[in-house]
Design a protein around this ligand. Structure first.
Ligand SMILES: [Zn+2]
Ligand SMILES: [Zn+2]
Length: 315
């Protein structure tokens, strides 16, 4: 639990929803870029500015938030230049980043300057234990089977993740950031999907099988104009596609790239349940093939051992 005094964003604390808390902490384009740099060993203001050209004001704001959320810690070693390091809570985001990295390799345009990680080369992930390049796999801890997108179900007794996301007020800080300082919205593909509460809610509903405009509207309690915007944006981002039904009605379905977001949604739930769930209902996801409450673990696609954080190499 984050001590109250350290939380800069009251919306995170006030909300009863793990999903919203998680999105509030990591769902922001600049935050994702900063964390990615920290995971690659960068630690200082000047290094972040040099790497992705963020303004000092935006950078200071996001670093303060990340320290407040307990994801980074700030240390002043030589009296002048503070350094930022991942805490345990921050280090535990490694598998979310692994899922994001894999999605970028599969579906992003890794050399496109407009992705969330513009300088990311087409790269490989390798496993230092077996020494092989590999494709990470998500497996169920109970039955050891691969976890596939439509083999899981959010527990009906638990809070509805999409609704939880949709009910939460966006803090003024995040709203302001989106309007001004954020990298161009249409081009920040992955961060627009994860980092926008409505987009992530629409994607979550699509994973539950929602396909019709009126159903999205009713389930998410979203206004029609706002819903139209989000459905259009998600199509533009290549996450949803439409099909015309009888009577000229449209249905919206996840594309392959949309379905491939699934490990990321699981990682967000896992991390939020572990670190931000005090005072809120944790979200439970059931693995339908074995019937257990899903605990998914990343495994090496080559040797099939479970992956430890420090055994994953990005090359
Ligand atoms: Zn299972
Ligand atoms: Zn291996």
């Amino acid at each position: 639990m984050i001590p109250k005094s350290e939380v800069p964003d009251a919306a995170v604390q006030a909300s009863g929803s793990v999903a919203q808390r998680t999105i509030a902490v990591v769902g922001d384009a600049w935050t994702l870029r900063i964390l990615r740099s920290v995971f690659r060993g960068q630690r200082r203001h000047g290094e972040f500015v040099k790497e992705f050209g963020v303004s000092r004001a935006v950078l200071s704001d996001r670093l303060a938030r990340l320290v407040g959320y307990g994801v980074l810690e700030r240390a002043v070693l030589d009296g002048s230049h503070p350094e930022y390091r991942l805490t345990e809570r921050g280090l535990d985001l490694w598998s979310l980043f692994l899922a994001m990295w894999q999605w970028e390799i599969d579906w992003g345009t890794a050399r496109d300057p407009d992705t969330w990680a513009p300088d990311l080369p087409r790269s490989q992930v390798s496993h230092s234990v077996c020494g092989h390049p590999m494709r990470p796999q998500l497996r169920c801890l109970a039955c050891r089977q691969l976890v596939l997108p439509f083999d899981t179900r959010a527990e009906p007794s638990m809070q509805d993740p999409a609704r939880a996301v949709s009910q939460v007020p966006v803090s003024s800080g995040f709203r302001k950031a989106r309007a001004s300082a954020e990298p161009a919205a249409r081009t920040q593909r992955l961060s627009r999907i994860i980092g926008d509460r409505w987009n992530s809610a629409v994607v979550a509903a699509a994973f539950r099988g929602t396909r019709l405009f009126a159903r999205f509207e009713a389930e998410l309690k979203i206004g029609p104009a706002q819903l139209s915007d989000r459905l259009a944006e998600l199509q533009q981002l290549g996450i949803l596609r439409t099909r015309v039904l009888a009577g000229a009605r449209l249905e919206y379905r996840l594309t392959q790239a949309g379905i491939a977001l699934f490990p990321m949604t699981l990682e967000l739930v896992r991390w939020g349940n572990r670190w931000l769930s005090e005072g809120a209902d944790p979200l439970a996801v059931r693995h339908l093939p074995c019937g257990s409450v899903l605990q998914a673990r990343w495994h090496c696609g080559h040797c099939v051992q479970e992956l430890a954080r420090d055994a994953v190499r990005f090359t």
